[in-house]
Structures are given as C-alpha cells and as structure tokens.
Design a protein. Structure first.
Ligand code: HEC
Length: 192
C-alpha cells in the first residue's frame, strides 16, 4: 500500500506530520490522501498521545520483502550502491544522507526522521515527492514541501533534486533493511 513504518519513528516528527496533514501542508495524492481527513479528526492531545504510543512500541520492525516486491513487478535497486549514497552522497551534488539522518538512516530526533528500516515503497515514493519539479507537477506528480526551510530552501528538496531514478531505487533498497547499529557495537542510542 505504500504505507510507512510508524513504530519507533520520532515522537516530535509524528506530531509534526499529523499537524501538517491536518493543516493541509502535506497533501498526498493516491492512497495517502486519506491522511488529511484522519488527522483533522484528531485533537492536538490525540496527536501527542498517538505519537507517544508509537514511539514507545517495543517490537521488531517488519522489513519490506524486496524479493516479493520484485516478483510483483516493483523495480528494486542495488543496496550496495545505495549504501554509498547514504555514507558519502555524490560529490558536489548530493549530501550524504547520514549527515542528517545518522548512521544507516536510524534517525536524529527530533528533526531528522528514521529512514533506515523504513518500508521500501514508501521511501521510493517520498523521494520522488521531494524531487518533484514544476514539469513533474504539471504532469500530475505530488510535490512534498513540508520539510524545514533553512537559508530559503527546503532541506529535503535540496537533497532530492539531483537524485536520479536509479539513485532513488538504490538508496531505498539499502535503507529498507539497513541495520541500525554498527558492526561490533550493538548499542543504538535511545531516542524519542
Ligand atoms: C540537510 C539534512 C538532510 C539530508 C542531507 C538528508 N535529509 Fe532526508 N530529511 C531531512 C529532514 C529535515 C526531513 C523531515 C522532513 C519533514 O519534517 O517532513 C527528511 C525526511 C526524509 C524522508 C521522509 C521520511 C518520512 O518518514 O516521511 C526521506 C525518505 C528522506 N528524508 C530520505 C533522505 C535520503 C535518501 C537522503 C540522502 C540521499 C537524505 N534524506 C538526506 C533532512 C535531510
């Protein structure tokens, strides 16, 4: 369905997204379009409560089954190429995802959401949404524009504008099952 994993996503990040769905600042097309109505039906306190619950769930993530997705016709990228983007970016073009989203995209809360172990289709869709330019929008693409603006530019829109279609598939393939910890160090800093 293209839904994201919400369990253990940053508490403040979930509250921000729900407020922006409710305020029509993030207005997805397709199946995600249900979110605006749902968010409007929640009070501010409901949003805080649901975010607190989601960030407290102690469960193993259900990772995307890339093989099954491939068999259903979804294009799947090369994870080893995606890892290079996460760690180093593309020289003079794309910053390393890690510089904001932390090691293997495990998140740097409250501002930078967890993108590691996020669902594959959701990652691919969001990166297309962040990248959508005027021509894409004219062709009916949905542009996501609710990223924090720094120095006059949206953080994620700046990152995504120079990603190729292949980059998007590769980085999603890596992130969808990237371990949250470093080899030899099983400790993930506690976050909320
Ligand atoms: C300059 C900092 C920065 C860098 C570098 C960066 N991001 Fe982000 N990213 C953000 C911020 C901030 C958000 C949260 C936007 C919001 O509040 O809606 C975000 C959100 C996202 C989301 C949406 C997550 C969700 O749950 O909806 C995806 C996917 C994403 N980033 C992928 C990437 C990838 C892949 C890279 C590397 C190619 C990258 N980001 C590099 C700052 C950054």
């Amino acid at each position: 369905m293209g839904t994201p994993r919400l369990a253990n996503q940053g508490e403040a990040y979930i509250i921000k997204q729900l407020a922006e769905f409710a305020g029509d600042k993030r207005v997805p097309t397709g199946l995600g379009a249900v979110m605006n109505g749902f968010a409007k039906a929640l009070s501010d306190q409901d949003r805080r409560d649901v975010a607190a619950y989601l960030s407290s769930i102690d469960a193993k993530p259900q990772l995307s089954d890339l093989q099954a997705l491939k068999e259903s016709g979804q294009q799947i990228g090369e994870a080893y190429l995606g890892k290079v983007l996460v760690d180093y970016g593309v020289k003079d073009k794309v910053p390393a995802c890690k510089s904001c989203h932390q090691y293997n995209g495990r998140g740097a809360f409250p501002m930078f959401p967890m993108i590691g172990q996020q669902r594959y289709v959701y990652l691919v869709n969001q990166l297309h949404n962040w990248r959508a330019n005027a021509a894409d929008i004219a062709n009916g693409a949905y542009a996501r524009t609710n990223d924090p603006v720094v120095g006059g530019a949206g953080m994620m829109r700046v990152v995504a504008k120079d990603l190729t279609d292949a980059d998007i598939l590769n980085v999603a393939a890596f992130l969808a099952s990237a371990p949250a910890t470093t080899v030899g160090n099983s400790r993930v800093p506690e976050q909320k």
